[in-house]
Design a protein around this ligand. Structure first.
Ligand SMILES: Nc1ncnc2c1ncn2[C@@H]1O[C@H](COP(=O)(O)OP(=O)(O)O)[C@@H](O)[C@H]1O
Ligand SMILES: [Mg+2]
Length: 232
């Protein structure tokens, strides 16, 4: 579904991503695990069109994504939940979610997606009129994931959803991701938290200093945790 090949990203002379290749198949959850500075957000931004890669190709359903203007990528079925969440803190939960559905422009579908988010995260239904900035970090992350879902994506890309969250809340995010996979959603999860990622993903890429160092089934990594210790 998503295919990244020969991706190189530079910031001036600094090589942030070096000849990276990865892919995400329909129905899979793929984890891209790497420490701070590994290049995760740079790859996410290249997919979203916020940074221009120096070299490489990114295709989505066989279409050249780099040729699609960034604002149109969302209407092609790609949602990105950015690092830091990108919410409007003074607006309510529901207002943030409705903005997330802007690209689909179909009221019945919007309401259906809203119900789906509230079912996935019941606390958000209780808090639907509350300003997002007054929610806990975990609840804000639930809003961010929901905003991504409101556009009805076929592929959901998450950039470090666990960042700054307590373990119990991270567990809830993990549970929601497993449910989304059961519903058939395809997910690319960029994370520093290897434990969370291995608990939800089918396949894992380990990224360090801008390059893929390892790639295997999550199952194999879970059985050989020393691989992670060695690479991260
Ligand atoms: N706008 C930028 N200008 C210069 N260097 C950057 C910029 N954004 C990221 N970098 C550098 O690129 C590397 C990868 O960063 P990033 O993609 O944010 O990694 P991650 O998300 O894995 O923490 C880091 O060394 C970071 O300092
Ligand atoms: Mg990052």
């Amino acid at each position: 579904m998503l295919e990244v090949a020969n991706l190189t990203i530079r910031y001036g002379p600094f090589l942030a991503v070096d000849d990276l290749a990865m892919n995400v198949g329909a129905g899979e959850i793929v984890g891209i695990v790497g420490p701070n500075g590994a290049g995760k957000s740079s790859v996410v931004k290249a997919i979203g069109g916020l940074v221009a890669p120096k070299t490489g190709a990114i295709t989505f359903d066989g279409q050249d994504l780099l040729a699609v203007p960034p604002y149109q990528r969302i209407t092609r079925g790609l949602s990105i939940v950015p690092e830091g969440r990108g919410l409007f803190p003074r607006m309510s939960v529901e207002e943030n979610l409705v903005i997330g559905a802007d690209a689909i422009g179909d009221r019945a579908r919007r309401d259906r997606n809203l119900d789906r988010c509230f079912e996935l995260f019941p606390i958000l239904k209780e808090r639907r009129w509350q300003a997002v900035g007054t929610l806990s970090g975990g609840q804000q992350q639930m809003v961010a994931v929901s905003v991504g879902l409101m556009a009805d994506p076929r592929l959901l890309i998450l950039d470090e959803p666990s960042l700054g969250l307590a373990p119990i809340v991270i567990g809830e995010i993990g549970r929601a991701l497993r449910r989304l996979r059961e519903e058939g959603l395809t997910v690319a999860l960029f994370e520093q938290n290897a434990k969370l990622t291995c608990s939800v993903a089918d396949r894992i890429y380990i990224l360090a200093t801008g390059a893929v160092r390892y790639h295997d089934n999550a199952e194999t990594l879970l059985q050989n945790p020393e691989i992670l210790d060695h690479l991260m």
